[in-house]
Design a protein around this ligand. Structure first.
Ligand SMILES: Nc1nc2c(ncn2[C@@H]2O[C@H](COP(=O)(O)OP(=O)(O)OP(=O)(O)O)[C@@H](O)[C@H]2O)c(=O)[nH]1
Ligand SMILES: [Mg+2]
Length: 317
């Protein structure tokens, strides 16, 4: 394991191959993290907390990847370094989307100030909850100024991404079901910033107006932050400077209000919980032990044990 500290040092120096290796450790780690990932996380721990972690979500096809790419371009023009983590929430709806992302992201392929990585949560028991936060730790400790996490908004994934980010950007576009869909998907509660993309199309200002109205009526937690609703044309980069401006304002508000620490603590709590629960689950599926969940379940069925006694046996290990 002598190579871990060297690898961490090189990742912190911004060497893309070292960063990629560390993210792979996260992706391929066994349940419970494994010895190597544990060592990596221990080495990274003192170096985190600097990056602005920005989540970007929205319905399929609203322009998340185009916006991500345009955001990267905008941030780079200001000299800031950017990492992008495109998370595939293993939804049947997002099949093939990441391939398209990769192609579009070749715009930035030769820029050493940009690191792009796709990550599938497929197969991981804890899904996003387990692997994405640790990948973000790697990218944060590697020293990127901004880390963008892109995920398609289907099912629970947009709520999960809001839990991962310091700032959550929700993308909408005209002609995509708009208002009612927005309310149904629960996006009114999670956005720190809303961007109506495809403003070159009819209806963008109506979506903007409707959304502002719905946000006023929604029961968001009483915070001193009113989420701005901006418009953009990601394809041409129009409005992206304003988006970056709003991101910076939100980050400044997070810090001055103490919300940043609050959110990060909540995030760390979920992460620790996910690791612990996964570790327990792995233990519980070990055949032949006194905490073999399957064996205990059979005893509950036959009446040999009641469910509480079985749970006690499970936890006694
Ligand atoms: N007219 C117009 N089209 C856009 C704009 N931004 C993106 N598009 C187009 O919308 C389509 C979807 O864009 P993507 O960036 O792939 O959208 P996405 O949200 O990442 O899609 P998924 O990853 O499949 O959920 C593409 O054909 C883009 O070229 C825009 O500002 N105006
Ligand atoms: Mg996409």
């Amino acid at each position: 394991m002598a190579d871990v500290s060297d690898l961490v040092a090189r990742a912190r120096g911004g060497e893309p191959r070292a960063v990629a290796r560390l993210v792979s450790y996260v992706e391929n780690a066994p349940v419970g993290g494994g010895e190597r990932l544990r060592e990596v996380m221990a080495a990274l721990a003192p170096h985190g907390g600097r990056a602005h972690i920005v989540g970007l979500t929205g319905a399929p096809g609203v322009g998340k990847s185009t916006t991500t790419s345009a955001l990267v371009r905008e941030l780079r023009s200001e000299g800031r370094t950017v990492a992008v983590l495109a998370v595939d929430p293993s939804s049947p709806f997002s099949g093939g989307a990441l391939l398209g992302d990769r192609i579009r992201m070749t715009d930035h392929a030769t820029d050493p100030g940009v690191f792009i990585r796709s990550m599938a949560s497929r197969g991981h028991l804890g899904g996003l909850a387990w692997s994405a936060p640790q990948a973000l730790r790697v990218l944060d400790a590697a020293g990127f100024d901004v880390v963008l996490v892109e995920t398609v908004g289907v099912g629970q994934s947009e709520v999960e991404i809001a839990g991962l980010a310091d700032t959550t950007v929700v993308l909408l576009a005209p002609g995509m079901g708009d208002g009612i869909q927005a309310a149904k998907a629960g996006i009114l509660e999670i956005g720190d910033l809303y961007v109506v993309n495809k403003a070159d199309r009819d209806g963008a200002t109506k979506v903007q107006r409707d959304l502002r109205g719905m946000l006023r009526l929604s029961d968001r937690p009483a915070e001193a932050w009113t989420p701005p609703v901006l418009t953009a044309v990601a394809q041409s980069g129009t409005g992206l400077a304003e988006v970056v401006g709003a991101l910076d304002e939100h980050r400044a508000w997070l810090e001055s209000s103490g919300t940043l620490t609050l959110r990060r603590t909540r995030r760390a709590r979920a992460e620790v919980e996910a690791i612990a629960v996964e570790t327990l689950r792995a233990k519980w599926s070990t055949v032949g032990t006194s905490s073999d969940l399957d064996a205990l379940a059979e005893k509950v069925v036959t009446g040999e044990k009641d469910p509480y006694a079985a749970a006690d046996a499970l936890l006694a290990e």
